[in-house]
Write a protein that binds this ligand. Sequence first.
Ligand SMILES: [Zn+2]
Ligand SMILES: [Zn+2]
Length: 229
Amino acid sequence: MSSQRGNVSRTRAQKHKNRFVFKNDLHDKTPQQIRLNAMHVSTVCQRCKEQIEWKIKYKKYKPLTQAKTCAHCHQRTVRKAYHVICKDCAVKAKCCAKCLKSADEVSIEAPGPTPREEQQLQVEMDRLIKSFSERKRRAFLRYMQKGKKQEQVDEQELEAQEKAKRVAHTRDELLDKIKQLNLAEEDDEEFDDEEEEDDDDSEFDSEAEEEEEDDESEEEEQQKPTKAK
Ligand SMILES: [Zn+2]
Ligand SMILES: [Zn+2]
């Protein structure tokens, strides 16, 4: 029998093939499913991250109904399904919250900011932005709203790369941008500030955006012609 355990000599093609890729939210648009699909799986190693993401993708993920006891601190602090230690303990011990492998052996997905941290960052940035000139403020807000491409760990998923989600910049990146803006405009800021009306600003804005986009497309194009030579 071809389906016998250990029989790997089957040569005929698979009889049934799915014509459409499995979509976990085809018949389930509940907030929970949407939340799961958007969830950033973190504080685990790449292998465990893939396992958990697989469970989400194929609707095998069973969220915890109540917090589980952490294997390190023995408190009821584990809030993520399949994790055996809590986030704080995983961060402290620098290990995967699921398989407990150390960060020395495997790369651990860093946790994203919590809603509270995001709020704190927003407050901090709002305060900084207040001290900016109009032009600088616009440039910075544009940078912040644009976000950045999410890094793709799995290089095989080229299709996914095209649809790469854009995520928010980290605090360090935002502070870097502020530094950069300060350096670029240190000279003219104090003298020209008053005179620069909306006309000037919008010109500057559109130019800056065009430049940015040109840079990107040039980079892409530069890779092609070099091959031909
Ligand atoms: Zn713990
Ligand atoms: Zn792991």
